[in-house]
Write a protein that binds this ligand. Structure first.
Ligand code: ZN
Length: 107
């Protein structure tokens, strides 16, 4: 399923298929700015549907697959790897990987 980027008023970020109530959609090209603004927070991934989340605490119930307590903490490198998988060429290369190099064999 196609995933989109959503931003809460408090600055949390959810990347998933179904938006959490009150979250606003964000353009993919804004993703890097969003990550920079939230870099003191933690990265999370739903182990069922691979929704991603940036925030101090992940959603108790995954908005996309409705699984409870499904989010596991991941590091930024893993988070970016999943972003690449979701959005691939729609993100501008060079913006996404200035801190952690990702394989470029497909470029
Ligand atoms: Zn899920």
């Amino acid at each position: 399923m196609k995933k989109s980027i959503f931003l809460s008023k408090s600055g949390d970020v959810h990347i998933g298929t179904i938006a959490i109530e009150g979250y606003m959609p964000v353009e993919k090209t804004e993703m890097e700015n969003v990550i920079i603004r939230t870099k003191l927070k933690k990265f999370w991934r739903c182990h069922v549907c691979n929704d991603l989340y940036i925030g101090k605490n992940p959603p108790k119930i995954c908005p996309t697959c409705k699984e409870k307590e499904a989010y596991v903490e991941i590091n930024e490198k893993e988070f970016r790897s999943f972003l690449e998988i979701f959005f691939q060429r729609s993100l501008r290369p060079g913006l996404m990987d200035n801190r952690i190099p990702l394989p470029r064999s497909h470029a």
